[in-house]
Design a protein around this ligand. Structure first.
Ligand code: TPP
Ligand code: MG
Length: 541
């Protein structure tokens, strides 16, 4: 067996069941070997799309994914998606052939590229090929997860490989840290709030956190990236940060203890620190010691996995159950005011354009509760993030770690492959849609149900609202009114244009049907004002 074949098979042996990519000469053999070993390969139109598909697949499925690209431009095309994955700590192995000779057209300094985007790097050696793949896979899935570039030199791929290399070993579980100070804080707080973030990674973190919150009477909140973690819990305040409901902002602001679980309490999650009251004791639990206190001072810091630490705290509290903040009055308020749709607004829909809030609420009513919601970046992004319910943590994918527009559609395709049992709903702006529309060709080929909702304001709305109020010329950030439904039909998808609530009838019909072909909804939305979460974001620039 040669190195390329062995690497493809080893990736499957280490738990990768899906690879996404575009195949060229350099990754042809390794990709075929992956498929021969039982893996599924999903071809994308563009490597940028493939990278986001792999990212979306890994994040939604909670498992290792593989991206396979051609040498040189195949990798550079994929870099934005790889960077988003690296910043999100996605367990992803990027298999890239390597032209080692600096005189080759394809040559890149792969180690430096990987380092530059925050990814790990492993180069496959002929004599240690299996150990090198094992190291890449182990690094990808260990701890909070890591994106790893696995370089497969072209001049090594055809060499014979020794079959009896060391076997893959899973990562050892970290020990339980000292939680006494945190337990003391939990045992004395009267208005505790938990804020869980992306780092609350273990699949059973929810159960451990909810159990602990039940014991100490804590209210539950999440960062936007972890939305859905506490869905269905009666004490769930939903998102803390720019998307927080007025009620969530009010209650978090009154907390006497805020415990961040796998969240760094960044400017988004805390509205630049203003959400958390000055008197609150702040605790932070994170697997990564370097993450402790990065964004604000913390009074209690614990290095450890959120689920493990929560279990240890619950054990230390013993039979003690404190009412904390769980009064009937608070519960009634969460029931009455806990969702964005309970907040009144003045509908600015007209005959030709629909208010994005009205659109979002109408769609939330139409869509099945079992859904995977995927959000691209832009002014629009708060509407689906705030108004659409999500069933659980796997039901929400936020592609904002690199703050790139244009990653949502392909990420949604990866999510749809990971969860074909659910309807995947991608929310995009028209700018992000046009940037990534080529992957509609992939969407039309896949058999997973997909609904794409484009909040179409005929502009790079975020920039319009950023610079418009200051009187700058805006021609550079206007996109013009395009027929996005027609574009979608050209790729083999279905398309519908929505200007009023009544125009949603084709969506209702599509949902009631077999949903075999993806549906793209070009929703012509009003955009008189910039969104308040965007104003919040601009404070950081
Ligand atoms: C790759 C990339 N290019 C440019 C930007 C700057 N940018 C941020 S939001 C935005 C506008 C997005 O427009 P659209 O997708 O239509 O969403 P809208 O803001 O109109 O709701 C732009 C250009 C970015 N974040 N990422
Ligand atoms: Mg737009």
């Amino acid at each position: 067996m040669n190195v390329a074949d062995a690497v493809g098979a080893a990736l499957v042996a280490h738990g990768a069941d899906h690879a996404f990519g575009v195949v060229g000469s350099g990754n042809f053999h390794v990709t075929n070997a992956f498929v021969a070993a039982g893996g599924r390969f999903v071809p994308a139109v563009h490597e940028g799309g493939a990278a986001s598909m792999a990212d979306g697949y890994a994040r939604t499925g909670g498992r290792l994914a593989v991206l396979t690209v051609h040498q040189g431009p195949g990798l550079t095309n994929a870099l934005t998606g790889i960077t988003e994955a690296a910043k999100s700590r996605t367990p992803l192995v990027v298999v890239t052939p390597e032209a080692t000779s600096p005189r080759s057209n394809f040559h890149l300094d792969l180690a430096r590229i990987a380092a530059a985007v925050g990814a790990g790097f492993v180069r496959v050696r002929a004599e240690h090929a299996l150990a090198d793949v094992a190291e890449a896979c182990r690094t990808a899935v260990a701890g909070a997860g890591r994106t790893v570039v696995l370089a497969l030199p072209l001049d090594v791929q055809g060499k014979p490989v020794e079959p009896d290399e060391p076997a893959f070993e899973g990562s050892a579980l970290a020990g339980v840290p000292d939680v006494s100070t945190l337990v003391e804080a939990l045992g004395t707080a009267t208005r505790p709030v938990f804020v869980a973030g992306r780092g609350a990674t273990r699949p059973d973190a929810r159960a451990a956190l909810v159990d602990l919150a039940d014991r100490c009477g804590a209210l539950l909140a999440v960062s936007a990236a972890a939305r859905g973690l506490f869905s269905g819990d009666p004490w769930n305040l939903d998102v803390s940060g720019g998307f927080a409901t007025p009620l969530a902002a009010e209650l978090i602001g009154q907390a006497d203890l805020v415990v961040a679980w796998g969240s760094t309490l960044n400017m988004w999650t805390t509205r630049h620190g203003r959400l958390i009251g000055p008197e609150a004791v702040v605790a932070q639990v994170d697997l990564d010691a370097d993450a402790l206190g990065v964004n604000r001072p913390v009074d209690v810091a614990v290095v450890g996995d959120a689920g493990t630490v929560a279990e240890a705290c619950a054990a230390a509290l013993g039979e003690q159950v404190r009412p904390g903040w769980r009064t009937p009055a608070v519960r009634e308020r969460i029931e009455a005011e806990g969702a964005w749709r309970s907040v009144s607004y003045v509908d600015d829909s007209g005959p030709d354009r629909i208010d994005p809030r009205t659109l979002s609420i109408a769609l939330d009513d139409l869509l099945p509760a079992e859904r995977t919601v995927v959000i691209d970046s832009g002014n629009f992004m708060g509407y689906p993030s705030m108004f659409w319910s999500v069933p659980d943590r796997a039901g929400f994918l936020f592609t904002q770690a690199f703050q790139s527009i244009g990653l949502g559609l392909a990420s949604a395709l990866g999510a749809a492959v990971a969860r074909p049992d659910r309807l995947t709903v991608a929310a995009l702006g028209d700018g992000g849609f046009l940037m990534s529309a080529a992957e509609l060709a992939t969407a039309a080929r896949l058999d997973s149900p997909l609904l794409v909702v484009v909040y179409d304001d005929a502009a790079y709305g975020a920039e319009v609202h950023h610079f418009g109020p200051e009187g700058h010329p805006l021609d550079t950030v206007l996109l013009g009114d395009r027929d996005l439904a027609a574009i979608a039909r050209g790729y083999g998808c279905l398309g519908a244009t929505v200007r009023t609530r009544e125009d949603l009838e084709p969506v209702r019909a599509w949902l009631a049907g077999d949903r075999v072909r993806p549906l793209v909804v070009d929703a012509k939305v009003t955009s008189k004002h910039g969104s308040w979460w965007l104003e919040e974001a601009f404070r950081g620039h």
